[in-house]
Design a protein around this ligand. Sequence first.
Ligand code: URA
Length: 256
Amino acid sequence: MTRDDLAAHLDYMRELGVQGVSRAAEWRTRVEAPAAADAAPASGETDDMPLEEPHVTTAPDLPAAAAVTLAPAEALAALRHEIGPACTRCKLHTLGRRQVVFGVGNPQARLMFVGEAPGEDEDKQGEPFVGRAGQLLTKIIEAIGMTREQVYIANVIKCRPPGNRNPEPDEVMTCEPYLFEQLGIIRPTIVVALGKFAAQSLLRTTEPITKLRGRVFEWRGASLIPTFHPAYLLRNPPAKREVWEDMKKVRELLQG
Ligand code: URA
């Protein structure tokens, strides 16, 4: 790493609210990266993932009774296929969305981030969290020694609401089961709910995010950590410090 690289790295750590460095041994070890063959390409799933932790599902185009055992990558590909590229199950397809934004990352991720809904950039590119908030999310992931390719990223709903309005209850009711399916296939150890909407949807609560963050919830066998949404951090940079606290907890849990 050059001096300039190091300076840039320290700058963004400072931007994230990191106030110092620790000599503790656990902070010198990077979170275990999957072998190169395990890491998903940016587009998401591949066919040549190792067959670990098989997921039983019913593949599309098979008779309903023909349950087959699929690896996570294949199960995600089957789910993507089931949703289809031009889903019409809710009204968002009539309200200007360009495409379904399914999710991206490692089908065997131990860490999964859940956001609210695609924004304009995501709607154009077909990938979650690629706009300004997404770039900040990438830095947050890197701040705990991981890469976007090692984690999985998805949203509660998969189509952009017009003008980035909040998703409406009928849209959530229709689309959320697909998020639950993604979670059931990937089975991450840790789920980070990004912002009020994701946290409240997953936890079935109306408690404000300020009351939810800072806590770890047991959620369907995973630890769920609510934190502030990166878009909120762009408007309110001092809150990056709390997110850093949450991410330290994530890192601790991954190492534990
Ligand atoms: N905000 C979200 O909640 N999700 C995205 O994918 C992008 C911005």
